[in-house]
Design a protein around this ligand. Structure first.
Ligand code: UD1
Length: 431
């Protein structure tokens, strides 16, 4: 991990103001990958200019796609007509785990693909067995050579078209859906992930002409079509950026308004903020005939709550560390249990450097609220941890330096400017 540069955060009480959200990175990435299935020009709006998106642009351009990205307007133009390569390099896979997402659409369109195993990741083993087993069940022949994975459609294979996931993996669900959209006949995914980002991705695929249905309790049924068409699509607002901004206002005793936030994507998280004592106003705005908008007015005396991360609609793992930052300064004891990733409590020891009192046993953390935090030099272990430490830094006395700005850049599009607009003293110091 590059240690060059850091985010300098000084105590900034009463953050207040109104902020527009960018689109969700985790919806934009699979939607960009799915455009491999189309020929002709597509346009995506609200694409966040974060480092992961730039990496996906590089990857898709390397395969031959023509892409124009206006990072100021968050508008991306894509033409997949000229894609002529099915090999993703090891370097690219190493830099971004989500690059595995191009394997499904490449296999669907070109009947073959080559990828590499994604690089190690700090928040757990993060295997890709669900993806590969799914491709195999749908008729692909998978072979491995050291770090490389080759997949070829095996015409003779006897296809069993029911994929049963042991766990509702977001990426594996998206990959199998893309693969199945152009396979003749019907494919069922049992125990599919149904995160709002997955639903936005399916919405985009349906616009392309894909035949995708849902069945209770968590089944996706895909009927293959011959061709998919280019689309124009607006990415859903980022619930994780929304969560970060709400927590920044909550921990500093301020007020924030997110006029385009969709509260339906974050019910349990909002419920927990209410239980802490924060006041929330939902749906004060309307967009396309739908009520949207979230306003938070922070209590100065928040109460601790317990959270347990789960697949959607449970508490999102990506908001676990930012929420923990807020719990450090709440009254009482908050229990935090991480069930999605096995090693996602690395921020605990960094929060402790700032004066937090937390004890960890396996994947459970007990957070004892303290009166105050103080600035320290801390290290972000993943992108969500970088936000958690910035949030803690906003409430901590003195200066906090959060190292690992590459994580911050990976997941967020100028979030520092949005926080500044609310009154935060934050500066990204390039190394
Ligand atoms: C996506 C999100 C990430 C979020 C995560 C969980 C993107 C680009 N990233 O990641 O921000 O934290 O969902 O909501 O959308 N697993 C396996 N085998 C597999 C695949 C997954 O065992 O083949 C396990 C993982 O190790 C993990 C769990 O399933 O424990 C969930 O992972 P998954 O939903 O696949 O996460 P990602 O799609 O990588």
């Amino acid at each position: 991990m590059s240690m060059n540069g850091y985010i300098s955060v000084e105590q900034s009480l009463n953050l207040s103001g109104s902020v527009n959200l960018v689109g969700a990175k985790n919806a934009a990435l699979p939607i960009m990958a799915s455009l491999i299935l189309t020929t002709g020009k597509s346009v995506l709006h609200l694409v966040p200019a974060s480092a992961d998106i730039w990496k996906m642009i590089d990857l898709l351009s390397d395969l031959g796609a023509k892409i124009k990205f206006d990072s100021e307007k968050n508008r991306l133009e894509f033409d997949g007509s000229s894609i002529d390569k099915v090999e993703v390099s090891h370097e690219v896979m190493d830099r971004m785990r989500a690059s595995i997402l191009v394997m499904g659409p490449l296999l669907a369109r070109f009947k073959k693909a080559r990828a590499a195993f994604p690089g190690g990741c700090l928040i757990g083993a993060r295997p890709i067995d669900f993806h590969l087993n799914g491709f195999e069940k749908l008729g692909a022949k998978i072979t491995r050579d050291k770090n490389l994975i080759y997949a070829v459609m095996d015409e003779k294979s006897n296809q069993n078209r029911k994929i049963v996931f042991e766990y509702p993996s977001v990426g594996a669900t998206e990959n199998i859906v893309m693969f199945a959209t152009m396979q003749q006949g019907e494919t069922k995914i049992i125990n599919a992930a149904l995160e709002p980002e997955v639903l936005d991705f399916i919405d985009a695929l349906r616009k392309m002409g894909a035949d995708i249905k849902f069945e209770l309790p968590a089944t996706i049924i895909i009927t293959g079509v011959k061709t998919l068409n280019p689309i124009e699509h607006t990415i859903i607002p980022d619930r994780l950026e929304a969560g970060a901004l709400l927590l920044a206002a909550a921990i500093t005793g301020g007020q924030v308004e997110l006029p385009d936030a969709n509260s339906d994507h974050m019910d349990l998280f909002l419920e927990k903020l209410k239980l802490m004592g924060h006041k929330l106003e939902i749906g004060f705005n309307s967009r396309n005939g739908k009520k949207v908008g979230i306003r938070l007015i922070a209590t100065k005396n928040p109460k601790a709550v317990n959270i347990k991360t789960c697949p959607y609609p449970g508490f999102p793992t990506d908001l676990q560390s930012p929420m923990m930052a807020a719990l450090c300064l709440a009254n009482g004891v908050g229990l935090v249990e991480e069930t999605v990733f096995e090693n996602r409590l690395m921020h605990v020891k960094e929060l402790e450097k700032m004066g937090a009192q937390i004890s960890v046993e396996n994947s459970k953390a007990t957070v004892n609220g303290v009166e105050g935090l103080y600035g320290a030099n801390v290290i972000a272990s993943d992108l969500r941890a970088s936000v958690a430490l910035v949030i803690a830094g906003l409430a901590a006395e003195g200066e906090t330096k959060v190292f690992g700005i590459n994580h911050w850049r990976r997941g967020y599009d100028k979030l520092e400017d949005k926080l500044k607009k609310l009154g935060a003293k934050i500066e990204v110091v390039e190394g």
